[in-house]
Design a binder for this molecule. Structure first.
Ligand code: HEC
Ligand code: HEC
Length: 314
């Protein structure tokens, strides 16, 4: 072996040894890193199962609580072309023509959509968009957790002065189908922009004389001077009754000043929502809610826990 070859051999042996050392060091590093992160994971798991909040949940929770989902009503063209789609459309029809299609369950001559405007797709007019994501829900008026079916039946009994639609009826299923279709894509438990009826609360009693004047100049040309609404000779609804035998009863949400004031301020006169001043809306709401209307026989059972709101009629 000449010196040059021996030298080359030496160098290559040395480089193999150095290389091996590197591999070993790398292996140790990876192993220790793994052990370290295992330890961390265990610690994290321990802290969440302890109930003490981990950094992740602590930073996300306030964000999740604040999410308000944008309002979007689906296009009618997206109703599926199948049995479920047929149920959706039947449900929509019951809600729009309630007193004609379900006369055994409706005492008033108004429809669900007389208040839940545009088939329940209008913001600030009790929309049903996203409604299935809000139920079941505790309600102080009933003092218990209500399902969506319970809530629908509350409006049958009060807003339509009628009777409860059987839970297992095809008609109830169709109504729930329509509301479910309107709720597609909404996350459960998060708010939706413009849901519910707006509330108007002024710090004074309504002036009924002023309210009468507002009614006569801005409401009567549709709802009529006597508040009985306008119907064709065949009995079809043109403008719904606001009081009297054909209107919602005193147990209805619309019989309450804050709700009626908010609804009127935002939505009436129809097509000119927002044109009344707060004072006008407050006074006219005081005027029409206090006219005579059917009683509600189960009113004594309302707010069983004693948390009756200020504007309740009884
Ligand atoms: C006279 C007006 C009126 C009529 C008619 C009416 N409702 Fe209502 N509805 C209300 C009011 C007011 C509320 C309460 C909204 C609030 O408190 O924010 C309500 C609430 C509801 C809710 C719960 C809404 C929510 O966002 O939690 C559903 C569901 C509902 N109504 C369904 C119906 C159905 C179905 C009919 C027909 C059988 C009907 N309503 C007829 C006025 C009416
Ligand atoms: C241009 C006609 C028109 C005018 C003016 C008008 N409304 Fe209405 N109102 C309607 C119609 C139509 C509905 C039912 C909505 C539907 O079917 O789309 C309605 C619904 C209502 C409802 C809920 C349904 C019911 O029967 O209880 C209330 C309450 C109401 N109007 C109050 C008023 C008040 C108060 C005024 C005056 C400030 C007023 N409206 C002015 C046409 C009108």
């Amino acid at each position: 072996m000449n010196p040059a070859t021996r030298y080359r051999k030496l160098v290559s042996t040395a480089s193999i040894v150095v290389g091996l050392l590197f591999v070993l060091a790398g292996l140790l590093f990876v192993l220790s890193g793994h052990a370290l992160s295992e330890g961390k994971n265990k610690a994290a798991k321990k802290s969440t199962s302890d109930g003490s909040d981990s950094v992740l949940t602590r930073s996300l929770e306030p964000l999740l609580e604040k999410v308000v989902q944008p309002f979007r009503a689906p296009e009618l063209s997206t109703v599926p072309d199948d049995a479920y789609g047929e149920s959706i459309l039947r449900g929509k029809n019951y809600l729009e023509h309630t007193f004609e299609t379900l006369p055994q369950f409706v005492g008033a001559k108004i429809n669900c959509t007389s208040c839940h405007l545009n088939s329940g797709t209008t913001q600030f007019a009790g929309p049903w968009v996203g409604i299935v994501a809000r139920f079941p829900q505790y309600r102080s008026r009933s003092g218990k957790v209500d399902t969506l079916i319970d809530r629908v039946n509350d409006c049958f009994e009060r807003s339509l002065n009628g009777r409860r639609l059987p839970e297992k009826s095809n008609e109830m299923t169709d109504i729930i189908s329509y509301m479910t279709w309107l709720s597609k894509g909404y996350a459960i438990g998060q708010d939706i922009q413009g849901s519910g009826m707006p509330k108007l609360v002024l710090d004074r009693l309504p002036n009924l004389q002023a309210g009468k004047a507002v009614y006569e100049s801005k409401c009567a040309y549709c709802h009529q001077n006597n508040g009985q609404g306008l119907y064709t000779e065949e009995g079809q609804l043109v403008y719904p009754a606001l009081w009297g035998a054909n209107a919602f009863n005193i147990g209805a949400g619309m019989a309450r000043l804050h709700t009626a004031g908010g609804f009127v301020k935002k939505n009436m006169p129809l097509g000119q929502g927002g044109t009344l001043s707060d004072d006008e809306a407050w006074d006219v709401a005081g005027y029409f809610t206090q006219q005579s209307r059917p009683d509600f026989k189960n009113k004594k059972k309302d707010w069983p826990k004693g948390d009756r709101p200020k504007d309740a009629r009884y």
